[in-house]
Design a protein around this ligand. Structure first.
Ligand code: FES
Length: 128
């Protein structure tokens, strides 16, 4: 899988984003093909990220579709399409590779979800 050369964004740069080194999730707490949305707020500021486990792959992206800027999920922590192979944007149905974040079908083909800088230590994911 080719990963696009896009600099991952640091959560601490984002509105209401947590500081570097913040614990995001324990990978074991994600079921296979399970996802998690994390929302950070401060007053009117809001940042949402998605963490998706697909087999051995764990992707961490801003929950912000490159097509029209909506969150991928309508509600809850569900990000995969019915096939379980792709992240899906519920607004217009764009499909994204869960490892690279590249849109492979839909109105923003070739564009990419913005990866979030993170580290994995002892089975847990932390912001980096
Ligand atoms: S906003 Fe995601 S496909 Fe249109």
């Amino acid at each position: 899988m080719t990963i696009p050369n896009i600099k991952p964004i640091e959560l601490s740069e984002l509105p209401a984003g947590p500081e570097t080194g913040t614990h995001l999730v324990d990978i074991d707490h994600l079921p296979d093909h399970g996802g998690k949305e994390l929302i950070y707020t401060e007053g009117d500021l809001r940042t949402s990220i998605l963490i998706q486990k697909t087999g051995d792959i764990v992707g961490v992206f801003l929950n912000h579709c490159p097509h029209a800027g909506t969150p991928l999920n309508m509600f809850g922590h569900r990000f995969l399409d019915a096939s379980g192979k792709y992240l899906i944007c519920r607004t217009h149905g764009a499909l994204f590779n869960p490892e690279s974040g590249i849109c492979v079908r839909g109105p923003c083909v070739g564009q990419t979800l913005r990866p979030v800088a993170h580290t994995i230590r002892s089975g847990s994911i932390y912001s980096a």
